[in-house]
Design a protein around this ligand. Structure first.
Ligand code: PMP
Length: 450
């Protein structure tokens, strides 16, 4: 029953002649592309061989209303046809989208637009340094904020590579200046005793604590809400800003993002993905006081393409939908996620496969437990995640699901996303496929214990 990928394979070979590696993002190249896309429609995608898939990756998260949503597309086309793609002047959509963001998110009084999550988080780090007059940023192991020198650091270290959990090593990527190591303090997520020690040691140098309020980039690691409250308290007590990178969680967990969901307001927050509904929109913002430096142009943030009306036209539609239908939009995203989570877990359990589905409503992930790992391991940061995951069985499951027309990210530490376009049928079809795929995983040879 294997699906043919003949046209995909040929196209990818051709792409590789001009595009290094065949993909323009390390993140997409890492696990292999699987197939080349022809088009997307709602919750489904079609490859160049004519295969159709239910898409649980939705462009790594942005397509929260699905592919080609008619109202998003209509707004963008109208903008293009009647008014143009870009202005580099203030325009009405600045106000429309800005006002909606400020209304929706507790921590936002003023925002600035950017083009990508990477840029938004970099701008937030610079703003925190300018505001506090301090140099260092405390970043957590396993958290992802983009691919730049300043923050693509200590992404997935394990016990061997990361050093002591109390004072993890700063692990830089190839080509990153060594000097960056002096600008960061690396810490372990969900470890108050170590973080408190790091803050005491570096408080006079620390401008900010930067985190994903809910870890989504080393699998889904459920956050302890009290820990977020604790981070808020300890940063405030030590004159350190708290930056929430809500690129994944923003406008997704809830209208107010993770800060709204957990009731913890950071000083600066960063958004992208769901904010653009498939168009490149990102933003960072905070209180009037912190953002005053941006308003006065005392700290530099810019970009030719920031606040492009073509992109903000899409944001305006998606934010309008979320605000107007908050009472149904978010419960539905959570329902879709919760039903798939329960279905996947049942599929694993009934087939005797040791897997755990870690869910947060609209974002979830399935992990397969290594032989030797406990049945119910504590997974509270990237190290405890990396220590138990069996990537081989995940790979079997993923490829069996792909063959059955179910697409989710082929990386064992990536997550699935719900959109408002996913239907009950998509959920049922996915669960039926999961039962079949789990039966195949159940027969796979044991993976040696580590
Ligand atoms: N922060 C988080 C939490 C992310 O998940 C990502 C991307 N997955 C980024 C920042 C970087 O965003 P971008 O890829 O748009 O640069």
């Amino acid at each position: 029953m294997h699906r043919q990928h003949v046209a995909s394979d040929a196209l990818f070979e051709r792409i590789k002649h001009s595009i290094a590696g065949g993909e323009s993002s390390y993140a997409r190249l890492a696990e292999g592309p699987g197939f080349c896309m022809a088009r997307g429609e709602g919750s489904h995608i079609f490859d160049v061989d004519g295969n159709e898939y239910i898409d649980w990756c939705i462009g790594y998260g942005p397509l929260i209303m699905g592919h080609r949503h008619p109202r998003v597309i209509a707004a963008v086309v109208e903008q293009l046809e009647k008014r143009g793609s870009m202005y580099t002047f203030p325009h009405e959509l600045d106000a429309e989208v800005g006002e909606k963001m400020v209304r929706a998110v507790p921590g936002l009084e003023l925002v600035r637009f950017a083009m990508s999550g990477t840029e938004a988080t970099l701008a937030a780090m610079r703003l925190a340094r300018a505001y506090t007059g301090k140099q260092k940023i405390l970043k957590f192991e396993g958290h992802y904020h983009g691919w730049a020198d300043e923050h693509f650091v200590s992404y997935h270290p394990d016990d061997e590579t990361g050093g002591d959990e109390a004072e993890p090593k700063v692990l830089l990527t190839a080509g990153c200046p060594q000097a960056i190591a002096d600008t960061l303090v690396i810490a372990s997520w969900h470890r108050p005793e170590y973080v408190e020690a790091a803050i005491r040691k570096h408080k006079h140098e620390l401008a900010a604590v930067l985190c994903e309020p809910q870890m989504c980039n080393c699998g889904i690691v459920p956050v302890e809400p009290e820990w977020l409250h604790w981070l808020r308290r300890i940063t405030a007590e030590n004159d350190i800003l708290l930056i929430f990178d809500e690129v994944m969680t923003g406008f997704r967990l809830a209208l107010g993002g993770a800060q709204g969901y957990y009731g913890v307001t950071p000083d600066i927050s960063c958004f992208s993905k769901a904010l653009g509904a498939g168009f490149p929109v990102a933003a960072f913002g905070g209180s009037r006081e912190v953002m005053a430096l941006e308003a006065a142009n005392e700290v530099v943030h810019g970009g030719t393409y920031t606040a492009m009306p073509m992109n903000l036209a899409a944001s305006n539609v998606v934010l309008g939908e979320m605000i107007e239908h908050e009472e149904t939009f978010y419960p539905r995203l959570h329902e879709v996620g919760n039903r798939v989570v329960r279905g996947l877990q049942r599929a694993a359990d009934e087939n005797g496969v040791r897997a755990k589905v870690l869910g947060l409503g609209p974002l979830w992930q399935i992990i397969f437990l290594r032989d030797g790992a406990p049945d119910d391991p504590i997974i509270d940061n990237s190290r405890t995640m990396l220590a138990v995951v069996d990537t081989e069985r995940f790979g079997i499951f993923q490829s069996e699901m792909l063959d059955r027309g179910i697409y989710f990210h082929p990386g064992a530490f990536e997550r699935w996303f719900a959109s408002s376009a996913h239907t009950d049928d998509d959920i049922e079809t996915t669960i039926v496929a999961a039962h079949e795929a789990m039966a195949v995983v159940a027969k796979a040879a044991p993976v040696p214990a580590v």
